[in-house]
Every structure is written in C-alpha cells, then in structure tokens.
Design a protein around this ligand. Sequence first.
Ligand code: NI
Length: 136
Amino acid sequence: MVYVTRRATFSASHRLYNPKFSEAKNFEIFDKCANPNGHGHNYVLEITVVGMPRQDTGYVIDLTKLKQVMKTEILDKVDHKHLNHDVDFMQGVIPTAENIAKAIWKILEPKITEGKLISVRLQETENNSVEYRGEE
Ligand code: NI
C-alpha cells in the first residue's frame, strides 16, 4: 500500500461556544476561544489516500483530481469564512479542529474513488493539530 498526501491551506474564523452552557462555563472551558466575535486561524489541511499504484498510470490517485475535489468540496466553502455562521456543513456543531476534521471526512470519503481515504489531518496552530481516521 502507498500513502499519498495532498496539503492545502485556508484561513477561517470561529468561536468555541456551547449555547447549552452558561457564559461563565463557556469561558471556563474555552477561555479566550469563547470571545463573542470569534478569532481566526491559518489552517493546514492534509488529506491522505491509501492504495496500490495502478498498473496503467502508476498513481494511487491523480493528485490533480484530489486537489480539485478538496477545492470545490472544502476550500471554496471555508476559506475566508466564519465557520459558525457561513459554512453549511458546520452548523450545529462546535467548530473545534476535531469537529472540522470529522466533517471534512464525511464530505470527502464518498468523493474519493481512486484509493481510499485514510486520514484527515488538520493543523490549527503551529503546535496544535488533529487527525481523524474515520473511526468512531
Ligand atoms: Ni481557535
């Protein structure tokens, strides 16, 4: 098996806040990430697909096609947007890196027909990143 990864970046804002919690509890849990008007990140998204290279092309997946599907399905919808307000697939969930990665998996998994999606890795800051591999 060969693991093939495509990287992309986007900028988005979010606010970590659970409306079921009090204001005080939100700040206790999310601290400054709960500030009312949100804040931004420069995210780095890495999508990894696994498979055997095809006999005829030598590719597991054509990276130009993966780049295109990441653009139309994800980046065009999140780049320079507010994840709490502007992004349909993030409605009703707290837009942590964990939940963004899970939502991206759900969208991309059925769209990847060459090889198999194995990992969605999302870096939110230089020091913080998450990885989702499709398991509950
Ligand atoms: Ni944040």
